[in-house]
Design a protein around this ligand. Structure first.
Ligand SMILES: Nc1nc2c(c(=O)[nH]1)N[C@H]1C(S)=C(S)[C@@H](COP(=O)(O)O)O[C@H]1N2
Ligand SMILES: [Mo]
Length: 167
């Protein structure tokens, strides 16, 4: 398969891993607005405690600093029919959340007062309350609005099992 065979970027979650610089998040499905850590830090910050609960039983709670997903989505036009947001990572990981749940979250760049890029291999992360740890995407690369029918399965747009996890 050649690149031109990929007509719908949703068919290939890793489609633009080569073209989007690590450490930036792009909002929308096209080329539009892209934020690195310094651009995010210029926006009004929120600080919230979130617990990351893994299916294995491990739990960690920290104080995260970032920008509400809602604010970022407001920087571009989002189709009113949007039902879900697809959150994709630089490592190919990808989840699809109901828009209501996703907009309640933040794109974080710091944890317990330290830039993520100083202590982790990623610099941006999605965090939200009442979302399983599995869905709190590290190395966030893109926030993409999608429109699903009631009988469409959002899992179809997810990639949560990586052969070689990066983070
Ligand atoms: N990009 C990416 N995000 C990811 C994962 C991953 O493999 N890649 N693993 C998920 C899982 S299963 C869990 S439990 C949490 C773990 O986050 P932590 O390493 O900060 O505890 O990250 C989630 N986010
Ligand atoms: Mo996990």
């Amino acid at each position: 398969m050649t690149e031109s065979d990929v007509s719908d970027p949703l068919d290939d979650p890793s489609e633009d891993r080569r073209t989007t610089a690590p450490g930036t998040v792009t909002v929308g499905s096209g080329s539009g607005p892209t934020f690195g850590v310094s651009a995010l830090a210029e926006l009004e910050a929120v600080e919230r405690a979130y617990t990351i609960a893994c299916a294995s039983g491990e739990r960690t709670t920290a104080r995260w600093t970032g920008v509400p997903a809602l604010e970022l989505l407001d920087t571009t036009s989002t189709p009113p029919e949007t039902t879900h947001l697809r959150l994709a990572s630089h490592d190919g990981y990808c989840v699809c959340l109901p828009i209501h749940d996703a907009l309640d979250g933040i794109v974080a760049y710091a944890r317990d007062g330290e830039l993520l890029g100083d202590t982790e291999r990623y610099s941006l992360r999605f965090l939200a309350a009442d979302i399983s740890g599995e869905r709190l995407v590290k190395g966030l690369r893109r926030i993409e609005p999608v429109e699903l029918d009631a009988n469409d399965d959002p899992d179809r747009l997810e990639t949560v099992t990586l052969d070689t996890p990066t983070y």
